[in-house]
Ligand binder design. Sequence first.
Ligand SMILES: Cc1cc2nc3c(=O)[nH]c(=O)nc-3n(C[C@H](O)[C@H](O)[C@H](O)COP(=O)(O)OP(=O)(O)OC[C@H]3O[C@@H](n4cnc5c(N)ncnc54)[C@H](O)[C@@H]3O)c2cc1C
Length: 403
Amino acid sequence: MSGSIVIVGAGLAGSRAAEAIREYGHAGPVLMLGAEQAWPYQRPALSKEVLRDERVTLPSLWLQPERFYSEQRIEVRRGVIATALSLEKQHVALSSGEAVSWDRLIIATGSSPRRLAVPGAHLPGVRSVRTWEDAVALREDLRPGSRIVVIGGGLLGLEVASAAKERGAHATVLERGSALLSRSLGALAGAALTPFIEAMGVMVRLRTQVERVLGATRVEGVLSTFGEVHAADLVVVALGAEPAIGWLAGSGLTLGDGVVVDEFGRTSAPGVFAAGDVASPWSPSLGRRLRVESYGFAAQHGFSVGQNAVGAMEATFPNPSGSTELFGKRLQFSGEHQGDETCHLMGEPARGRFVALLGRGGLLVGRVTLGQPHTFGVLKACLGQTMARAFEILGEAKPVEAR
Ligand SMILES: Cc1cc2nc3c(=O)[nH]c(=O)nc-3n(C[C@H](O)[C@H](O)[C@H](O)COP(=O)(O)OP(=O)(O)OC[C@H]3O[C@@H](n4cnc5c(N)ncnc54)[C@H](O)[C@@H]3O)c2cc1C
């Protein structure tokens, strides 16, 4: 394929797509447009190392050195927002008033934090974490003795609580579901995490929703729907993210929970592809679309979609998995959750070590480990095999209530 390729979104998926386009041998112009001023960088460190350590610099998180883009003749325009897409004219309108035309387009605009829609949510001191600037601003406010209320007990929320405690702040996590991290781990394995997080000194409130954020000129607390007031110097909203598809409204592209794509990253429009957090690919094992927000997926998907945009045909399927570090313990998980899994739990959750085997129809469909990286690796070979086989490998299991 010859002609110009425009990538909208200069994050992980966009950057990996650009790399792949050149590796596949495409010689034509490649233009990457990014809303942020920064060169493409890794986000996972934002809620971990960056919150803990002032010495982490933005260049240390860059996906590629600055010179990479000029050497590869990838034009990167930073601080530019795509505002609309015309499929008919094959161009993207920009916030600057210009329009750029494309022969192939890759949409890699990622996702943006879900907003807290209650009174007071606009008050100074209510924050989210998506960009380098967000993380640095939050770190500056995480002071010894300060009171942080985190809204949302998912990965990001727990990472922020962990970093807050490490910096000597008091942390409370409000989660509206019945377990922490239930979207990533399933409700049963998620429930096993609560004793550990509480043992680390974080106050956890489950089944708790926010009625309003309190404060006159800046945040002073959070009122729950139970009428409980949680005093706060800082509120971090960690309610998950939504695909950044606002600029595609009215374009004619098929949208759902993200940009609908096939296994090759092709959208409903010829020559238009989507990759990473913004894409909504089909999961054959689940029998439905599954948008995945994970570093590993965005890196892999971005690369294969980049190649596919210039002639390859590499299929990629969503594979929910992830890992993080909470209070010095590695949490790792993989597998899709439909809510009908059984969960066999082994270990001592309150002491930060457990293994959870998730089964369906007698087969191992997911694994969660805390502080057990070796076991997590061992279990990979057992996925799709019988639970009996997994137990054989791991020794005797102690089942917990499945429901
Ligand atoms: C704080 C944090 C911690 C995380 N930790 C982990 C982790 O530990 N493990 C893990 O697996 N995953 C983690 N993730 C998720 C992972 O970082 C994302 O899945 C990954 O970055 C997705 O890459 P992406 O390129 O699809 O989107 P993004 O990285 O979001 O990049 C999209 C880019 O597009 C830009 N953009 C958006 N709209 C427009 C527009 N209209 N015009 C121009 N540019 C636009 C955005 O500004 C952004 O720079 C974390 C995410 C965050 C925010």
